[in-house]
Ligand binder design. Structure first.
Ligand code: ADP
Length: 187
């Protein structure tokens, strides 16, 4: 199978993480979640973790320079060069998208497609309140959703302008949504 390089975009609580796991299992690309990487760093008490923890708990975004560095390093690893990647949680700002483009160019590779998992804001807010993760306080949820509209939604245009964007309806059962996504990737 050709190494696929995919990005999955969607609001917090859109089911991105769940679908990302299924995509990586089915299509063989390695799932990279920057949220998981940061939580692992916090748990390990590393320098990165210490820098990220406060920002994450407040619902803010970790700085672009830090994120771009982490992702550049991870994307250069042999397993990803061989198997491809599904990026989940990155890019999240246009600065990060520009960085991703440079990283890919340096490595002589390209992003194949960005999948936008579309779930209305009212639906994701309810889902996030229900899942009760430690960083899901009502204030943090509102802040993260507002930041999404402000910083991440413009990435839809960024990928669209490069003819790389496909929007998939993210409302429905996990299986139905996965079928829609598979149809896009399999194309
Ligand atoms: P959510 O989708 O609920 O925000 P994530 O697991 O994707 O959850 O991310 C958790 C937190 O990690 C974010 O709220 C943010 O503080 C930080 N984070 C993750 N990815 C990035 C990124 N690309 N840029 C900046 N901060 C990030």
């Amino acid at each position: 199978m050709r190494a696929l390089r995919l990005v999955i975009l969607g609001r917090q609580g859109s089911g991105k993480g769940t679908q990302a796991l299924r995509i990586s299992e089915t299509f063989g690309c390695i799932h990279i979640s920057t949220g998981d990487m940061l939580r692992a760093a916090v748990a390990a008490g590393s320098e990165l973790g210490r820098q990220a923890e406060e920002v994450m708990n407040a619902g803010g975004l970790v700085g672009d320079d830090i994120m771009n560095g982490i992702v550049a390093e991870r994307l250069g690893a042999d397993d990803i060069m061989a198997n491809g990647v599904l990026l989940d949680g990155f890019p999240r700002t246009s600065d990060q998208a520009d960085a991703l483009e440079r990283i890919c160019a340096d490595q002589g590779v390209a992003i194949d497609r960005a999948i936008n998992l579309d779930v209305p804001v009212d639906v994701v807010r309810e889902r996030m309140v229900a899942r009760g993760r430690e960083d899901d306080t009502p204030e943090a949820i509102d802040k993260r959703l507002a930041l999404y509209e402000e910083q991440t939604a413009p990435l839809l245009d960024w990928f669209g302008a490069r003819d790389l964007l496909t929007t998939v309806d993210g409302v429905g059962s996990e299986d139905d949504v996965f079928e829609r996504i598979s149809a896009v990737i399999g194309r």
